[in-house]
Design a binder for this molecule. Structure first.
Ligand code: SF4
Length: 189
């Protein structure tokens, strides 16, 4: 499998350039609230693992945010275990894999949750605002919105990818980590 590697100091930059909208949203909310609920931590945490963030960097990353909200001690007690668990270092020692689009799209986020797929779970107004922030032009935006309305969420994501990279993505988007890898390939070429 193709792999890339991202270390702690590169995450901000990578998030800006190569994260799909679902992960940008979680990332932005984490930075804003210094907190994410469990399902959001799983969705973003496993994605970051897939992106190549090592366990020590992952712990430092989550600690830097969560300790601002709950304090370092509570972070170690209540949250660090789950991060090590995601990396297969606790419990049954299963090496969990990052969630696919299909799985993320079928999530049912409730109030205060930020996981899920924005193309499915955002209101049209919020989706338009988020796409604008990503740099999707007005012309491309109508196509994306149209696909999302017609429940073609992954096609909407693919069109978003194509709009902001000015490059085609013939195989389509079916996994957030694939989005990341394809984006990095284009940006590094
Ligand atoms: Fe994320 Fe997939 Fe939705 Fe794109 S289609 S925002 S990669 S879940």
């Amino acid at each position: 499998r193709e792999s890339t590697e991202v270390s702690l100091k590169d995450i901000d930059h990578a998030a800006n350039s190569s994260f799909p909208l679902c992960m940008r949203h979680l990332y932005a909310k984490l930075k804003e609230d210094h907190h994410l609920k469990h399902a959001g931590r799983m969705q973003l945490g496993l994605f970051l693992k897939g992106v190549g963030l090592k366990l020590d960097d992952a712990l430092a990353f989550w600690r830097a945010e969560f300790s601002q909200k709950v304090g370092a001690e509570r972070f170690e007690k209540e949250y660090a275990y789950n991060i090590r668990h995601n990396y297969g270092k606790e419990g049954k020692r299963i090496d969990y894999t990052p969630h696919s689009c299909q799985r993320i799209i079928s999530a049912t986020p409730g109030v205060g949750d930020h996981h899920g797929c924005p193309f499915r779970h955002f209101s049209e107004e919020n989706l338009r605002a988020a796409l604008g922030q990503m740099g999707v032009s007005n012309r491309a935006m109508e196509d994306v919105i149209d696909k999302a309305k017609n429940r073609h969420y992954q096609v909407a994501c693919t069109l978003t990818f194509e709009a902001i990279h000015s490059s085609s993505c013939d195989r389509g988007i079916n996994h957030p980590n694939q989005y990341f890898i394809d984006s990095q390939k284009i940006l590094q070429s």
